[in-house]
Design a protein around this ligand. Structure first.
Ligand code: PMP
Length: 305
């Protein structure tokens, strides 16, 4: 029987033993940064492939730096621990790892300084996050900006902004929200980056549009350039440009590459995933399960015995 393990307070323990107290600073004030890493099950190889794990731990380091949180483990060490967690837990399905650096002192007072931090990692089975194709709406909630809580850092507290948008979208009958920034330009989904295709060109908002610099997005951009000869254009996108785009899709560790077929009750293209989205999707899904030799370096194997 698979049993989930966690890395907590410097030790690998069963997940059921990884508990924090109610006075923990991060629980009270959202003072933590985190990551999501996919482990993709490959039945043939009896292996879970961790997708671009190093990049995720490097982004965790950057997020911690922005919040001035101390990280006690190196990226190399965290990579080793992650593989060990997946192998020990023994799941033969897709899993999701959640690394977090959090202020662990059981002490009140709003600040980031003079407090202890801990790094934890837990994992859980994690199937598809969005439907095969998504119907979206434009959120009434604006994306947080660098002058408030920096969206470039994956801060737990920021996700209240995302949760407000996601719940509003679901309550209105949509699968996902598209958030605009304070300037009214397209920013991203509640947990995904967004791309449009117009006249054969791939377009995505710039990092200055208040997006998380996505690792799935970076991978898809590389695939588009190397395999399809399509260069990326980074620029501001208006809400109405989404409506007339030929294709729209979202990318994220949880969401993978999800075609968007409807926005604000307007069909995108003919309401089905377009040709570029389909080609990128095929390439992406092969890569994440270690089935594309050329991109094998993106995958770290964890063998399940
Ligand atoms: N934007 C937000 C707000 C997210 O939470 C995520 C998921 N981490 C992404 C974009 C996509 O980033 P990545 O592809 O690195 O998972």
């Amino acid at each position: 029987m698979p049993t989930p393990y966690a890395y907590f307070q410097g030790k690998i323990v069963p997940l059921s033993e990884a508990k924090i107290g109610v006075m923990t600073h991060a629980f009270n004030y959202g003072t933590a940064v985190f990551e999501g890493i996919r482990g993709n099950w490959n039945e043939e190889d009896q292996t879970v492939y961790l997708f671009r794990m190093r990049e995720h731990f490097e982004r965790l380091q950057q997020s911690a730096k922005i919040l001035m949180l101390q990280m006690h483990d190196s990226v190399d060490r965290l990579c080793e621990i992650a593989v060990e967690l997946v192998e020990r837990s023994g799941f033969t399905e897709d899993v999701y790892l959640r690394p977090m650096v959090y202020l662990s002192s059981e002490q009140l007072g709003v600040r980031l300084h003079n407090l202890e931090s801990d790094t934890l990692i837990f994992l859980t089975p994690f199937p598809a996050y969005l439907p095969e194709v998504a119907r979206c709406h434009t959120s009434t909630w604006r994306r947080v900006q660098d002058t408030g809580i920096p969206p470039r850092a994956k801060v737990t507290g920021i996700y209240v902004n995302s949760a407000l948008a996601k719940t509003e979208a679901n309550a209105n009958g949509f699968d996902e929200a598209i958030m605009l920034n304070e300037n009214g330009h397209v920013s991203e989904g509640s947990g995904e980056n967004i791309f449009i295709v117009r006249n054969g060109r791939l377009i995505t908002p710039t990092p200055a549009d208040n997006v998380l610099e996505g690792i799935t997005a970076k991978s898809v951009i590389e695939l588009a350039r190397n395999e399809l000869g399509i260069e990326l254009v980074e620029r501001e996108i208006d809400r109405t440009e989404l409506y007339i785009a030929d294709e729209v899709f979202m990318t994220g560790t949880a969401a993978h590459l999800t075609p968007v077929v409807e926005i604000d009750r307007r069909l995108i293209g003919d309401g089905r995933p377009g040709p570029i989205t389909q080609k990128l999707s095929q390439l992406y899904y092969d890569c994440i399960r270690g089935k594309n030799e050329k991109y094998r370096a993106w995958c770290t194997p964890a063998r399940i015995r």
